[in-house]
Design a protein around this ligand. Sequence first.
Ligand SMILES: Nc1ncnc2c1ncn2[C@@H]1O[C@H](COP(=O)(O)OP(=O)(O)OP(=O)(O)O)[C@@H](O)[C@H]1O
Ligand SMILES: [Mg+2]
Length: 305
Amino acid sequence: MSDVALQTEDLTKRFGRRMAVDRLTIRVDRGDIYGFLGPNGAGKSTTLRMLLGLVRPTSGLIKFPVQNSSWEYLRARSRVGAIIETPAFYENLSARRNLQLLASLSGGVSKKRVEEVLEIVNLRERAGDPVKVYSYGMRQRLGIAQALLPTPQLIILDEPTNGLDPQGIHETRKLIRRLRHEFKLTVLLSSHLLTEIEQLCNRVGIIHEGRLLYEGGPEALTASTNLHKVRVDNLAGAFELLSKEHGLSVSQNGASFLRIDADAEALARANALLVGNGIKVYELSPAQESLEEAFLRLTSRNELN
Ligand SMILES: Nc1ncnc2c1ncn2[C@@H]1O[C@H](COP(=O)(O)OP(=O)(O)OP(=O)(O)O)[C@@H](O)[C@H]1O
Ligand SMILES: [Mg+2]
């Protein structure tokens, strides 16, 4: 069996003149929790819909591996569980009844499986309640339960924690990790939240205006740079001195630090310069670029192109 769970090649979707997804090539490996990250309108939901066969691509390929590592364009949703935006249920029926109905629609899903998925998402106790009394978080979990019904190998979740309170977010993340570890599921989820991706995913694809800006491990986004944090007794004086210095760039970072971008040599010169001018240097340390800064850097570079 292939190690790849899903792959796209130059996947493109145009709505009229608007390019929603632009030659997107991504690869999700088996066992990944893959985070599809991008701001509002980036093309995340459109991509996920294409993967599920809900929207027809303008051009490009979607490949799911089938047995014996041959490849096939597969529209059969039975092998992929998913929720796209808020799932709809029959409000007056119980959660259990909703799942039983959905199970009978997809054919061949046993009553036992309904109980299993209720157990997995921790809704068994409340499974007899009508969905109309469910909280938003419970509905999301019921959505995940529904996606799990056909015992998929890959589950696609569009912004699974959107609109949840901190407790709900925590629960959902825990559930997603459990799906990965206990049930060996591959998870593809979208989010516009950096922290979410950072905490949950082993691989990330960043999409902006329909285009892939980056794909790889989340650590590469926050790779160490030449950024340093400088704490001194005279911030304004230090800023003035360092601004004139060649080979480094300096910015004021909040009320108590300067941030300088300098290699080792320039850093040593900066330190000597500060001390030589009677400024006390309390701290000089490497500063990590936050995922947010990395994201802004990537997206603004894209805008310049
Ligand atoms: N059915 C449609 N008809 C026309 N334009 C559409 C349609 N669906 C999406 N779009 C456009 O495609 C672009 C991408 O939208 P999409 O919903 O995929 O973004 P998203 O990344 O999921 O955003 P969000 O974070 O807000 O959910 C947007 O400009 C949107 O207006
Ligand atoms: Mg969306």
